[in-house]
Design a protein around this ligand. Structure first.
Ligand code: PEP
Ligand code: MN
Length: 365
């Protein structure tokens, strides 16, 4: 079958897999000895197609060289954009960046939960939240002073006053704090009060902000743009590193897809994909990814299971009255329950992490 259509083979593989009778196993037959040079993904598709189609699809006729070169072209095109990203690209197995903030290591041997209100609203609100999340095991306090709101009529944050209150709450309960800078002109001020500076989804492509943060010594949490590809996220991270800041954490916070039942769609597989492409730590924000508090704990467990290095979670002492992101903020008892239910997953996370370390001892940065 000269010039076989690769997409047809994929399509066929998926259809065949769906039709596979329960309990049957894959067979191995001679064509695979000819297919050893194929990229793993395509080989798997063809193997599945072959195993389930039996006599309907004679793989002896496949032109493996043609498929091989098509696949190689596609891979080159997909990865081509990354070739120029000298700094964020992973160079050797086990090369991992650890971002260190006041004794907390993001990308190290422990999973890190960052939690707190979407926006700082009052001293009482942020103090109460900080105390509760610290007790429940969070190790970084989040809270917005400057809030990037889609509508100008929504609460815009307390600004500097919010940053001061966040700092006070973090210090009171021994938590480093993270807060957002929306523009390059805010960086100096936010850096004065926050230990980690957040780049929000709406700012991922703000070149002036990224360049300024690149020249800043504070670690940066870079959120994926809501319509940004993984490649574009890495390009934005490269801007930070190229400007001199190696302390970068990536954050998958969901992207826009179809439907309105969730605020966004969490591209959960972006986590292991990013781990294959970059040495930077990757965390997941299940609050903005779902927009619904009832879905946050399940996504948090998925994030741990898939190997993220941490979480960014919104918590509020009274979510119903929250001035921003009320629907997705966990009440304090809900956060406690979420943390409790994460425990077995965290144990597995540590075991997996130890296995990775044994397989490829980390070349830490
Ligand atoms: C936030 O963290 O409160 C926030 C505004 O996040 P995002 O930029 O992901 O919407
Ligand atoms: Mn929010």
């Amino acid at each position: 079958m000269p010039g076989v259509d690769r997409s047809y083979a994929r399509h066929f593989a998926v259809r065949s897999a769906a039709a596979r009778p329960a309990g049957t196993s894959l067979q191995s037959r001679s064509p695979w000895s000819r297919a050893t040079a194929l990229p793993a993904g395509l080989k798997t598709n063809l193997r599945v197609a072959y195993a389930f189609s039996g006599p309907c699809l004679d793989l002896e006729d496949f032109e493996f060289d043609a498929i091989d070169s098509l696949e190689a072209d596609a891979e080159r095109a997909a990865y081509g954009a990354l070739a120029s990203l000298k700094l964020v690209r992973i160079r050797s197995a086990g090369q991992r960046t650890i971002v260190r903030v006041k004794g907390v290591e993001i990308g190290g041997d422990r999973f890190v939960v960052m939690a707190g209100p979407c926006a700082v609203e009052s001293e009482r609100q942020v103090m109460e939240t900080a105390e509760a999340v610290a007790r429940a095991g969070a190790r970084v306090l989040r809270g917005g002073g400057f809030k990037p709101r889609t509508s100008p009529y929504n609460f815009q944050g307390l600004g500097l006053e919010g940053l001061k209150l966040l700092r006070k709450a973090g210090d009171a309960f021994g938590l480093p704090v993270i807060s957002e800078a929306m523009s390059d002109s805010q960086v100096e001020l936010v850096a004065e009060y926050a230990d980690i500076i957040q780049v929000g989804t709406r700012s991922m492509e703000n070149a002036a902000l990224l360049a300024t943060l690149g020249r800043c010594s504070r670690p940066v949490l870079l959120k994926r743009g809501m319509v940004a590809s993984v490649e574009e996220l890495l390009q934005a991270a490269e801007v930070l590193l190229a400007n001199g800041n190696p302390h970068v954490i990536l954050c998958e916070r969901g992207i826009r897809t179809l439907g309105k039942l969730t605020r966004n769609t969490c591209d959960i597989v972006a986590v292991p994909l990013l781990h294959q492409l970059t040495h930077l730590p990757v965390i997941v924000d299940p609050s903005h990814a779902t927009g619904r508090r009832s879905l946050v704990p399940a996504l948090a467990r998925a994030a741990v299971a898939i190997g993220a290095e941490g979480l960014l979670v919104e918590v509020h002492p009274s979510p119903k009255t929250a001035l921003s992101d009320a629907a997705q903020s966990l009440a304090i008892p809900e956060f406690r329950r979420m943390m409790h239910r994460l425990e077995p997953y965290l144990k597995l996370w540590s075991e997996e992490h130890a296995l990775d370390e044994t397989a490829a001892p980390a070349a830490r940065r």
